[in-house]
Structures are given as C-alpha cells and as structure tokens.
Design a protein around this ligand. Structure first.
Ligand SMILES: N[C@@H](CCC(=O)N[C@@H](CS)C(=O)NCC(=O)O)C(=O)O
Length: 163
C-alpha cells in the first residue's frame, strides 16, 4: 500500500507511517506520527527561539588584548556539548557570547554520533548543555545550564569574580 504521508518524512520515517497504513490494529503508526510531529514542532519552535536570540544577542564584554589572550587560552580547555534548538543551550550560548570567549561547540544531537557517544560514555548521561572542562590530567563534566553559566561567569567575568 502507498504510504499516506510518504511525502512528509525522510526515508526512515516513511517506513513507520507505512506501518500504520498496513497494520492499523497495532496502533504503532499513530504513535510514530505523533512523535514525528512533536519533533518537527520542537525543532521549529527551538529554531525560531535561536533566531530571535541571535537577533537580540547581548553585548560582548571588552578586555584588553592581554586579558583577551588569557581568556582565549583558558577557553581552549573547555567545550560545550549542545543541541542547536534546545532552549537551555540557547540560554547558555547567549551567556557565552556575552563573555566573549571562543568556546568550542559540539553537536550531541546526532544519534550514534561521536559527540553524543562521548557525552554519554564520559559525562554519564545524554543531557545538554554540558560543559567539558579539562584541567591537566583531569576532565570534568558540568551539567545544568544555570550551573554552567554561573561557572563561566565566575571564570571569565571580572565583575562577577569580585562579588
Ligand atoms: N535543567 C536542565 C535541562 C536540560 C534539558 O532538559 N535538556 C534536554 C534538551 S532541551 C535534553 O538534554 N534532553 C535529553 C535528550 O535529548 O536526550 C538545564 O537547565 O540544563
């Protein structure tokens, strides 16, 4: 039977929707369709938030060339595991933008992808954002957007360090 919504999905999704058409009693198809629609909705809203956030980005803090060099060097020891359209990641990226530091972003969204696998294996769970911090031989993994932002502010914003 021709899949009803075959035009709507990529190759993997078509199989699931076809499954509903050919096996309506299993009730498997509607669940798949619902999850696909939810995913599209989530990605759409997240993408819109990312776009608005990009347009309204906070001003970067300014440093002397020497201070900026030192901040850049320190930032080299950190990376952020994230999803593009996750609201908690957007919030964290805004804070990082304000701090004016070149942190490396690692996309952990792709299932089976290198960064997702590393996050789960070494960090302990798949949850984003997560800040990976290298300190000599030791590597630590910081979860929770508020914790990450507080840590980065404390490391890179001189006005917050003083308080
Ligand atoms: N309280 C956490 C919430 C983070 C969160 O829920 N992240 C979602 C993405 S928006 C997540 O990682 N979900 C797990 C997954 O996608 O497998 C924070 O503020 O960082």
């Amino acid at each position: 039977m021709v899949p009803l919504f075959g035009w709507f999905t990529h190759s993997g999704g078509t199989k699931y929707i076809d499954c509903y058409v050919t096996h309506p009693t299993t009730n498997r198809g509607p669940v798949m369709i619902k999850s696909i629609l939810l995913k599209i909705f989530r990605e759409g809203v997240g993408g819109l938030m990312a776009f608005v956030s990009f347009l309204t980005r906070p001003r970067k803090i300014k440093r002397s060339p020497d201070e900026q060099f030192a901040a850049n060097e320190k930032a080299r020891t950190m990376s952020v595991y994230q999803y593009f359209a996750c609201p908690f990641c957007i919030k964290t990226r805004r804070a990082i933008h304000r701090l004016n530091i070149p942190l490396e972003y690692r996309d952990a969204q792709v299932r089976g992808g290198e960064h997702r696998t590393t996050l789960e294996r070494e960090g302990g769970q798949i949850k984003v954002p997560c800040l990976r911090i290298e300190d000599g031989e030791k590597t630590s993994w910081l979860y929770e957007s508020n914790e990450i932002i507080a840590y980065l502010n404390q490391q890179f914003d001189p006005t917050m360090k003083a308080s």
